[in-house]
Design a protein around this ligand. Structure first.
Ligand SMILES: [Zn+2]
Length: 198
């Protein structure tokens, strides 16, 4: 085996670790990239390097961006008194894709879990409580999963924020928690419109 071939095999092995890609898809993707070296592979490599150097968590909400504050937190028009709480950045991006929510977000980074020993201080719950006061928040909208842990987390947050602001939850029956991404935009919009107070 030549060095060039080993380099290509290494690339395939790395690509195969991506979500949704197995060894066969990775091999097909790498071949496609090599065949479109100038138009696709080189710009992709430059773009990956740029993001690898600069991507970081927003210090306020936990979204991924390339500065201390993400674009949403840096945009004053998003300060409308509403915060949407999600488990994961992928949920935030799905909500943004639907384009219906005009406020800001708060990424917990998971859910409370007695089984896994995850408590409030392991998530961004204390930071959420601080933001509600600092940013004059009127309503916190919980977009958490319908799992036991998701609902336990929702009730914990509702208790913590009791008397500070309105707390609501996306309409039930929506499988959120890393799964918002699989919903079409219309379903997300309907779930937000039909949200219920906790
Ligand atoms: Zn942010």
């Amino acid at each position: 085996m030549t060095n060039a071939t080993q380099d290509i095999e290494d690339l395939i092995d790395l690509m195969a670790r991506l979500p949704g890609l197995g060894p066969r898809s990775a091999r097909r993707a790498v071949l496609h990239l090599i065949q479109k070296r100038g138009r696709l592979m080189q710009p992709l490599a430059q773009s990956m390097q740029m993001v690898a150097d600069n991507a970081r968590e927003c210090v306020r909400c936990g979204n991924i961006g390339t500065g201390d504050l993400c674009d949403i937190c840096a945009d004053d028009r998003r300060a409308n008194g509403e915060i949407c709480v999600v488990e994961d950045v992928s949920d935030l991006w799905a909500m943004e894709r639907a384009g219906v929510f005009k406020g800001r977000y708060h990424v917990l980074g998971g859910t409370l879990s007695a089984l896994d020993g995850i408590g409030p201080e392991d998530l961004r719950i204390p930071a959420l409580v601080t933001r509600v006061g600092d940013e004059q928040i009127r309503e916190v909208i919980l977009a958490l999963g319908a799992t036991v842990d998701g609902q336990t987390t929702a009730h914990y947050i509702a208790d913590e924020l009791s008397g500070r602001c309105t707390v609501s939850s996306l309409a039930q029956g929506v499988p959120v928690g890393g799964e918002l991404d699989y919903l079409d935009d219309g379903t997300i919009t309907a779930a937000l419109t039909a949200r219920k107070s906790l």
